[in-house]
Design a protein around this ligand. Structure first.
Ligand SMILES: C[S@@+](CC[C@H](N)C(=O)[O-])C[C@H]1O[C@@H](n2cnc3c(N)ncnc32)[C@H](O)[C@@H]1O
Length: 242
């Protein structure tokens, strides 16, 4: 990953960083029987912590797995935008039927390489395809519809260049989501900075996220709610044609 990009990235603590999140995590650990995939996810959490890789962490991970499961066996195509080291892709894959294919997009070649290794070790190499490249360039080549899209690049430097980019990505996601499909998005809160008219940290990025949030909240094709877990998770459903 380029130095430039790394410098502007705030790292949100994986576990939310407060006592109630910690308690919620303890409850989660009681519920989940340990499996080899849990061990791999834990290894990824440690690596991400040590190497400052921003990943969603176990609470959000378990939420997206459960949402994928609730979505049911009908899910056949899923898009995971912002692979990092493959952590969210593995949580999603755990919640989806074996014949569901996940495309996961990552701009950083080294992260994409590590992601492929973890995904293979977790047993999902046949289900998850890691596409290396810039989502803004790959967009025009993606012509299919998805049942679930997890959009996790919204806090990045690209949106500093123009808040329009965050809206372009949102438009792409909505257009490529099938009716009734799920759109998930991380970092609604941008570490609390969204509350400030003039954010102290990363003001241009915050403007991009605020524009994205307002568009999701008001979009006529979406029913949306923010889950205030960790840095905020958008959960939206594309309305069915009436
Ligand atoms: C927050 S991380 C994703 C974390 C991942 N969803 C998880 O929780 O395991 C965002 C990732 O998006 C990648 N990224 C940033 N801009 C991108 C772009 N324009 N196209 C593709 N990937 C991008 C970054 O390199 C980073 O690894």
């Amino acid at each position: 990953m380029s130095k430039n990009l790394q410098q502007v990235l705030p790292i949100v603590p994986q576990n939310g960083g407060d006592q109630l999140s910690e308690y919620a995590l303890q409850l989660l650990r009681m519920r989940h029987p340990e499996s080899p995939v849990d061990d791999i996810l834990h290894e990824m959490e440690v690596m991400a912590e040590q190497q400052n890789v921003p990943i969603i962490g176990p609470l959000e991970g378990a939420i997206i797995q459960l949402l994928a499961e609730i979505h049911g066996n009908s899910a056949k195509h899923v898009l995971d935008i912002g692979t990092a080291i493959g952590y969210s892709a593995i949580w999603l894959a755990r919640g989806l039927p074996a014949d569901c294919r996940i495309i996961s997009i990552e701009i950083d070649p080294e992260r994409a390489r590590i992601a492929k290794e973890f995904i293979a070790r977790a047993g999902f190499a046949n289900q998850v395809e890691v596409l290396e490249g810039d989502v803004f360039e790959l967009m025009s080549q993606i012509n299919q519809k998805f049942d679930i899209i997890f959009q996790d690049v919204i806090k990045h430097v690209y949106f500093g260049a123009s808040s329009q980019l965050s809206l372009n990505l949102l438009d792409f996601c909505i257009e490529h989501l099938r009716d009734g499909g799920l759109l998930l998005g991380d970092n609604v809160f941008c570490m609390g900075e969204v509350l400030h008219d003039q954010a102290e940290k990363l003001p241009e990025q915050v403007i991009g996220i605020q524009a994205y949030n307002t568009r999701v909240a008001t979009h006529p094709l979406l029913d949306s709610i923010t889950l205030p877990v960790r840095d905020g998770l958008w959960v939206s459903r594309k309305r069915l044609e009436r």
